[in-house]
Ligand binder design. Structure first.
Ligand code: AKG
Ligand code: FE2
Length: 185
């Protein structure tokens, strides 16, 4: 899947790069019990994942995962039988040098239904430095972020939460014409 994304970004020799970046996954199980007052609570607040990609399966039919599509605008990701949800995480946003926005998302709760999600968090092995891909950097396209390992980035995220990307930024965002979609957060 990462190979497809890299080709989409115009990187043809993605195998060498995929070999460099490697992969390391962690499985997370989330449980959201029924909430007596769902309008006054969130299952999970708005965040971007600290991953390359996150692949998740959600139970239930109504849907509770919401993806940010604009200022105070959220789209419900309705579960479809046999399908998985794939979210772009901060590490892939860094590698794409800002061209792929992190999928900012949150989870709402329901008064009657208990929901579970099974989340595969895909990152990189401990010694791998994650940085903007060299082919996405050049004249007029400075690297937006400094290099970080996954563990270092997780440490930063624990301290500064949704300010983590800003704290490793070394240049301002590319112009709108350069980014595939405006970064929403
Ligand atoms: O429960 C969900 O659908 C999303 C969970 C999530 O965003 C996370 O574990 O990071
Ligand atoms: Fe998440």
């Amino acid at each position: 899947m990462l190979g497809l994304v890299m080709r989409y970004l115009g990187i043809e020799d993605e195998n060498d790069w995929l070999h460099y970046i490697g992969e390391k996954g962690a499985l997370q199980l989330n449980s959201y019990p029924p909430c007596p007052d769902p309008d006054r609570a969130l299952g999970l607040g708005a965040h971007g994942d600290s991953t390359l990609l996150t692949v998740l399966h959600q139970t239930g039919e109504k849907g509770a995962l919401q993806c940010k599509i604009g200022e105070d605008q959220w789209a419900l990701v309705t579960p479809k039988p046999g399908s998985l949800v794939v979210n772009v995480g901060d590490l892939l946003h860094i590698i794409s040098n800002g061209r792929l926005p992190t999928a900012v998302h949150r989870v709402i709760v329901d008064a009657d239904h208990h929901r579970y999600s099974f989340v595969n968090l895909w990152g990189t092995p401990p010694d791998v430095k994650v940085m903007p891909h060299p082919k996405l950097v050049g004249p007029g396209k400075p690297p937006l972020y400094r290099a970080v390992t996954w563990m270092e980035y997780l440490g930063i995220k624990t301290k500064v939460l949704n300010e983590a990307l800003d704290s490793i930024r070394v240049h301002e965002n590319l112009g709108d014409d350069e980014s595939i979609q405006n970064h929403n957060n």
